[in-house]
Design a binder for this molecule. Structure first.
Ligand SMILES: CC(C)(COP(=O)(O)OP(=O)(O)OC[C@H]1O[C@@H](n2cnc3c(N)ncnc32)[C@H](O)[C@@H]1OP(=O)(O)O)[C@@H](O)C(=O)NCCC(=O)NCCS
Length: 181
Protein backbone atom coordinates (compact mmCIF):
# COMPACT_ATOMS: atom_id res chain seq x y z
CA UNK A 1 0.00 0.00 0.00
CA UNK A 2 1.25 3.48 -0.87
CA UNK A 3 -0.09 6.46 1.00
CA UNK A 4 -0.55 10.15 0.29
CA UNK A 5 -2.30 12.81 2.35
CA UNK A 6 -5.86 12.03 1.24
CA UNK A 7 -5.65 8.62 -0.40
CA UNK A 8 -3.90 5.29 -0.43
CA UNK A 9 -3.14 3.16 -3.47
CA UNK A 10 -4.01 -0.46 -2.87
CA UNK A 11 -4.61 -3.66 -4.84
CA UNK A 12 -7.89 -4.13 -6.68
CA UNK A 13 -10.30 -6.48 -4.92
CA UNK A 14 -13.06 -8.59 -6.40
CA UNK A 15 -15.64 -6.54 -4.47
CA UNK A 16 -14.48 -3.40 -6.37
CA UNK A 17 -15.74 -4.81 -9.68
CA UNK A 18 -19.39 -3.59 -9.63
CA UNK A 19 -18.47 -0.04 -8.58
CA UNK A 20 -15.53 0.10 -10.98
CA UNK A 21 -17.85 -0.94 -13.80
CA UNK A 22 -20.24 1.88 -12.84
CA UNK A 23 -17.34 4.34 -12.80
CA UNK A 24 -15.84 3.44 -16.15
CA UNK A 25 -19.23 3.23 -17.86
CA UNK A 26 -20.11 6.74 -16.68
CA UNK A 27 -20.07 8.80 -19.91
CA UNK A 28 -18.35 11.69 -18.09
CA UNK A 29 -15.44 9.37 -17.28
CA UNK A 30 -15.41 7.34 -20.49
CA UNK A 31 -15.17 10.42 -22.73
CA UNK A 32 -11.88 11.33 -21.04
CA UNK A 33 -10.32 7.88 -20.96
CA UNK A 34 -10.74 6.34 -24.36
CA UNK A 35 -10.78 7.44 -27.99
CA UNK A 36 -13.02 4.50 -28.84
CA UNK A 37 -16.71 4.49 -29.69
CA UNK A 38 -18.46 5.19 -26.34
CA UNK A 39 -19.94 1.76 -25.77
CA UNK A 40 -20.55 0.30 -22.29
CA UNK A 41 -18.29 -2.42 -20.95
CA UNK A 42 -20.05 -5.57 -19.73
CA UNK A 43 -19.66 -7.21 -16.34
CA UNK A 44 -18.11 -10.22 -18.09
CA UNK A 45 -15.42 -8.02 -19.72
CA UNK A 46 -14.77 -6.33 -16.40
CA UNK A 47 -14.34 -9.69 -14.64
CA UNK A 48 -11.91 -10.81 -17.34
CA UNK A 49 -10.00 -7.54 -16.88
CA UNK A 50 -9.79 -8.22 -13.13
CA UNK A 51 -8.52 -11.75 -13.72
CA UNK A 52 -5.80 -10.41 -16.04
CA UNK A 53 -4.18 -8.45 -13.20
CA UNK A 54 -0.91 -10.07 -12.28
CA UNK A 55 2.27 -8.98 -10.57
CA UNK A 56 4.28 -10.44 -13.45
CA UNK A 57 3.46 -7.93 -16.15
CA UNK A 58 4.44 -4.54 -17.46
CA UNK A 59 1.14 -3.07 -16.31
CA UNK A 60 0.62 -2.05 -12.69
CA UNK A 61 -2.88 -1.20 -11.54
CA UNK A 62 -3.93 0.39 -8.28
CA UNK A 63 -7.30 1.09 -6.72
CA UNK A 64 -7.57 4.52 -5.08
CA UNK A 65 -9.09 4.54 -1.59
CA UNK A 66 -9.81 7.53 0.66
CA UNK A 67 -8.14 7.83 4.02
CA UNK A 68 -11.15 9.24 5.81
CA UNK A 69 -13.60 6.41 5.09
CA UNK A 70 -11.75 3.75 3.04
CA UNK A 71 -13.99 4.42 0.05
CA UNK A 72 -12.93 3.06 -3.34
CA UNK A 73 -13.07 6.20 -5.50
CA UNK A 74 -11.11 5.37 -8.65
CA UNK A 75 -8.03 3.83 -10.15
CA UNK A 76 -4.69 4.54 -11.69
CA UNK A 77 -2.29 2.46 -13.72
CA UNK A 78 1.16 2.29 -15.17
CA UNK A 79 0.93 0.91 -18.69
CA UNK A 80 3.47 0.08 -21.34
CA UNK A 81 6.66 0.20 -19.34
CA UNK A 82 9.63 0.64 -21.66
CA UNK A 83 12.37 -0.69 -19.36
CA UNK A 84 15.19 -0.19 -21.86
CA UNK A 85 14.52 3.54 -22.28
CA UNK A 86 13.08 4.08 -18.82
CA UNK A 87 9.71 5.43 -19.94
CA UNK A 88 6.32 4.57 -18.42
CA UNK A 89 2.85 5.65 -19.53
CA UNK A 90 0.18 6.29 -16.91
CA UNK A 91 -3.58 6.71 -16.64
CA UNK A 92 -5.89 7.83 -13.82
CA UNK A 93 -9.57 8.30 -13.07
CA UNK A 94 -11.47 9.51 -10.02
CA UNK A 95 -14.73 7.67 -10.64
CA UNK A 96 -16.67 9.08 -7.72
CA UNK A 97 -18.12 12.41 -8.82
CA UNK A 98 -18.28 13.60 -5.20
CA UNK A 99 -14.51 13.26 -4.98
CA UNK A 100 -13.55 15.08 -8.19
CA UNK A 101 -11.95 18.56 -8.08
CA UNK A 102 -11.11 18.17 -4.40
CA UNK A 103 -7.43 17.34 -4.68
CA UNK A 104 -7.76 13.53 -4.73
CA UNK A 105 -6.38 13.35 -8.26
CA UNK A 106 -3.36 15.49 -7.43
CA UNK A 107 -2.66 13.46 -4.29
CA UNK A 108 -2.95 10.21 -6.28
CA UNK A 109 -0.54 11.53 -8.91
CA UNK A 110 2.01 12.40 -6.22
CA UNK A 111 1.91 8.88 -4.79
CA UNK A 112 2.05 7.33 -8.25
CA UNK A 113 4.99 9.53 -9.35
CA UNK A 114 6.92 8.59 -6.21
CA UNK A 115 6.25 4.89 -6.83
CA UNK A 116 7.37 5.10 -10.45
CA UNK A 117 10.53 7.15 -9.93
CA UNK A 118 11.64 5.79 -6.57
CA UNK A 119 10.50 2.15 -6.72
CA UNK A 120 10.61 1.32 -10.43
CA UNK A 121 13.64 3.44 -11.37
CA UNK A 122 11.88 4.90 -14.39
CA UNK A 123 13.33 8.07 -15.93
CA UNK A 124 10.27 9.57 -17.58
CA UNK A 125 6.52 9.43 -17.10
CA UNK A 126 4.31 10.26 -20.01
CA UNK A 127 0.57 10.52 -20.51
CA UNK A 128 -1.91 11.86 -22.99
CA UNK A 129 -4.94 14.01 -22.35
CA UNK A 130 -7.69 15.41 -24.56
CA UNK A 131 -7.66 19.17 -25.06
CA UNK A 132 -11.10 19.72 -23.47
CA UNK A 133 -10.12 17.99 -20.22
CA UNK A 134 -9.18 21.11 -18.26
CA UNK A 135 -9.29 19.57 -14.76
CA UNK A 136 -6.84 16.86 -15.84
CA UNK A 137 -4.46 19.31 -17.55
CA UNK A 138 -4.52 21.52 -14.46
CA UNK A 139 -3.85 18.55 -12.18
CA UNK A 140 -0.94 17.30 -14.33
CA UNK A 141 0.65 20.74 -14.68
CA UNK A 142 0.45 21.20 -10.92
CA UNK A 143 2.31 17.90 -10.59
CA UNK A 144 5.09 19.20 -12.82
CA UNK A 145 4.14 17.67 -16.17
CA UNK A 146 4.99 19.69 -19.27
CA UNK A 147 3.21 19.73 -22.60
CA UNK A 148 5.54 18.06 -25.11
CA UNK A 149 3.36 18.04 -28.17
CA UNK A 150 -0.09 18.47 -29.59
CA UNK A 151 -1.55 15.88 -31.93
CA UNK A 152 -4.11 17.90 -33.80
CA UNK A 153 -7.69 16.67 -34.20
CA UNK A 154 -6.95 13.08 -33.10
CA UNK A 155 -10.09 12.80 -31.02
CA UNK A 156 -13.69 12.87 -32.21
CA UNK A 157 -16.29 13.39 -29.48
CA UNK A 158 -19.84 14.72 -29.47
CA UNK A 159 -19.67 15.85 -33.08
CA UNK A 160 -16.36 17.72 -32.87
CA UNK A 161 -12.65 17.09 -33.34
CA UNK A 162 -10.26 17.78 -30.49
CA UNK A 163 -6.50 17.69 -30.01
CA UNK A 164 -4.64 15.04 -28.05
CA UNK A 165 -1.97 16.54 -25.83
CA UNK A 166 1.20 14.63 -24.94
CA UNK A 167 2.62 15.50 -21.52
CA UNK A 168 5.75 14.29 -19.76
CA UNK A 169 7.72 14.54 -16.54
CA UNK A 170 11.41 13.66 -16.11
CA UNK A 171 12.87 12.10 -12.98
CA UNK A 172 15.33 15.01 -12.62
CA UNK A 173 12.42 17.48 -12.68
CA UNK A 174 10.58 15.41 -10.08
CA UNK A 175 13.63 15.21 -7.80
CA UNK A 176 14.23 18.93 -8.21
CA UNK A 177 10.63 19.68 -7.22
CA UNK A 178 11.08 17.49 -4.13
CA UNK A 179 14.42 19.23 -3.35
CA UNK A 180 16.09 15.84 -3.68
CA UNK A 181 18.35 16.72 -6.59
C1 LIG B 1 -8.57 14.20 -14.12
C2 LIG B 1 -8.81 13.80 -12.69
C3 LIG B 1 -8.06 12.49 -12.40
C4 LIG B 1 -8.25 14.88 -11.77
O1 LIG B 1 -8.54 14.52 -10.45
P1 LIG B 1 -9.25 15.59 -9.49
O2 LIG B 1 -9.30 15.01 -8.13
O3 LIG B 1 -10.54 16.00 -10.09
O4 LIG B 1 -8.17 16.76 -9.59
P2 LIG B 1 -7.74 17.88 -8.56
O5 LIG B 1 -8.90 18.27 -7.70
O6 LIG B 1 -6.52 17.41 -7.85
O7 LIG B 1 -7.34 19.04 -9.57
C5 LIG B 1 -8.23 19.45 -10.58
C6 LIG B 1 -8.22 20.96 -10.72
O8 LIG B 1 -8.98 21.34 -11.88
C7 LIG B 1 -9.94 22.33 -11.49
N1 LIG B 1 -11.07 22.24 -12.39
C8 LIG B 1 -12.20 21.51 -12.26
N2 LIG B 1 -13.00 21.71 -13.32
C9 LIG B 1 -12.37 22.60 -14.14
C10 LIG B 1 -12.68 23.21 -15.39
N3 LIG B 1 -13.82 22.92 -16.03
N4 LIG B 1 -11.78 24.05 -15.92
C11 LIG B 1 -10.62 24.33 -15.31
N5 LIG B 1 -10.26 23.78 -14.11
C12 LIG B 1 -11.13 22.93 -13.55
C13 LIG B 1 -10.24 21.99 -10.04
O9 LIG B 1 -10.84 23.07 -9.37
C14 LIG B 1 -8.84 21.67 -9.54
O10 LIG B 1 -8.08 22.84 -9.36
P3 LIG B 1 -7.86 23.51 -7.91
O11 LIG B 1 -7.31 22.46 -7.01
O12 LIG B 1 -6.88 24.62 -8.17
O13 LIG B 1 -9.21 23.98 -7.46
C15 LIG B 1 -10.33 13.62 -12.39
O14 LIG B 1 -10.99 14.84 -12.55
C16 LIG B 1 -10.98 12.56 -13.23
O15 LIG B 1 -10.86 11.38 -12.93
N6 LIG B 1 -11.68 12.93 -14.32
C17 LIG B 1 -12.38 11.98 -15.15
C18 LIG B 1 -11.42 10.97 -15.83
C19 LIG B 1 -10.24 11.67 -16.44
O16 LIG B 1 -10.36 12.73 -17.01
N7 LIG B 1 -9.06 11.03 -16.32
C20 LIG B 1 -7.83 11.57 -16.90
C21 LIG B 1 -7.71 11.24 -18.34
S1 LIG B 1 -6.24 11.97 -19.05
Amino acid sequence: MYEGQKIRLREYRVEDIPLRLTYINDPEIARNLTPEVPYPITLHEEEKWFQSITAISDTYRFAIETFEDNKFIGGCSINDVDWKNGVATIGIFIGSKDHRSKGYGTDTMKVLMNFIFMQMNINKIRLSVYSYNEPAIKCYERCGFKIEGVLRQEIYKDGKHYDKIAMGLLKEEYLHSQSLF
